[in-house]
Design a protein around this ligand. Structure first.
Ligand SMILES: Cc1cc2nc3c(=O)[nH]c(=O)nc-3n(C[C@H](O)[C@H](O)[C@H](O)COP(=O)(O)O)c2cc1C
Length: 320
């Protein structure tokens, strides 16, 4: 039988389907439930030194008739403190000592705000850190979120701060809200990053309430620009994945619009090592992992591929 197990940066994932940072990983109990269902790993909801107060509503579900095509979200980082997250990670580790847990972190324009989160979270036994340098839902004046991920110099500096604080793998989650990803990728490589997640949501407006003319989602009648996640993000992220795979030696976690095993296979064929999923889990629940792993296994068997490595990068021009 084909083996879905894959080892990335010395971390062994039972399969390449990983929960992306977001509502499905907002609490330890949800991650435990997901691991019981069979998920290959989880990136925790982004943790920062200053927890946020969640807006309500946090998302606007986007539909065309019966077709669901994503969420426009205005959610910020976790509402739990770093120390509360320490307890949550302990709880996941008690239930699943070996399943990969990646801590998503976000800091500000100074080393302490990143390094203190690393220092407090690392002893709880996470396998890697993912730097959220890509959330579009922060005001433009703040040197974080996707604003940080749009400036190679600031990004390189933040990566070097995290690099200094840990020997665990450092994954940089990139934003699609740029015209050229390569200077940002290079700045991350130069500062010591180990891998990329490509990537976070696309900056957008979810729609307009045509009675009140408020952009959606609307909080007390006020709408703001948020982040779009869902199937429409996939072509953008597939392109960025290919660009990263062709230009850097780092591992890539493809992320954006994966809801079927075929979508994941496309990311791998363009050079990703695994995929992360958020919106499809919010729509369909943790149980979609069964369809994902079964479909992928059958495909590998049909083509007599023994491992994921045999499909990885096959759609890149130099592999043709
Ligand atoms: C409601 C919501 C909250 C999210 N929160 C985070 C977060 O805290 N940190 C992060 O790095 N990405 C966050 N994301 C982005 C997702 O991890 C993912 O990058 C994006 O939605 C694209 O993947 P998808 O199409 O599978 O949803 C969030 C997405 C949504 C929809």
């Amino acid at each position: 039988m084909s083996n879905l197990q894959t080892t990335i940066l010395d971390i062994t994932f039972p399969n390449p389907f990983i929960l992306a940072s977001g509502p499905p990983t907002a609490k330890g109990s949800m991650v435990v439930e997901a691991f019981k269902a069979g998920w290959g790993g989880a990136v925790l909801k982004t943790i920062g030194m200053v927890p946020t107060i969640p807006p309500s509503p946090r998302v606007h579900a986007m539909r065309s008739g019966k077709v669901k095509w994503g969420f426009l979200d205005i959610e910020l980082i976790s509402e739990m403190t770093v120390d509360q997250w320490g307890d949550q990670i302990d709880m996941i580790r008690d239930a699943f000592p070996n399943r990969p847990i990646i801590a998503s972190i976000m800091g500000e324009d100074n080393p302490d705000s990143w390094q203190e989160v690393v220092r407090r979270i690392e002893p709880h036994g996470v396998n890697a850190f993912e730097m959220n340098a890509s959330c579009p839902n922060f005001a433009a004046v703040e040197e974080r979120g996707s604003k940080l991920g749009q400036d190679p110099e600031s990004l390189g500096q933040a990566v070097s701060w995290v690099r200094e604080a840990t020997t665990l793998p450092v994954i940089v989650k990139l934003t699609p809200n740029v015209t050229d990803i390569l200077p940002l990728a290079q700045a991350s490589v130069d500062a010591g990053a180990d891998a990329f997640c490509a990537g976070n949501s696309l900056s957008g407006i979810g729609g307009i309430d045509l009675e009140t003319f408020s952009p959606l989602p609307s909080v007390d009648g006020i709408g703001i620009v948020g982040g779009y996640g869902g199937p429409g993000l996939r072509p953008v992220m597939l392109r960025i994945t290919a660009e990263l795979a062709q230009s850097t030696p780092l591992h890539i976690f493809g992320c954006g619009g994966v809801s079927k095993w075929q979508d994941a296979l496309e990311y791998l064929a363009l050079g990703a090592s695994a995929v992360q999923i958020c919106t499809a889990v919010m729509w369909e629940g943790f149980q979609i992992i069964e369809k994902l792993t079964n479909g992928f296994t059958k495909y590998l068997e049909k083509h007599q591929y023994d491992s994921l490595g045999e499909v990885q990068g096959r759609a890149l021009p130099e592999s043709a």
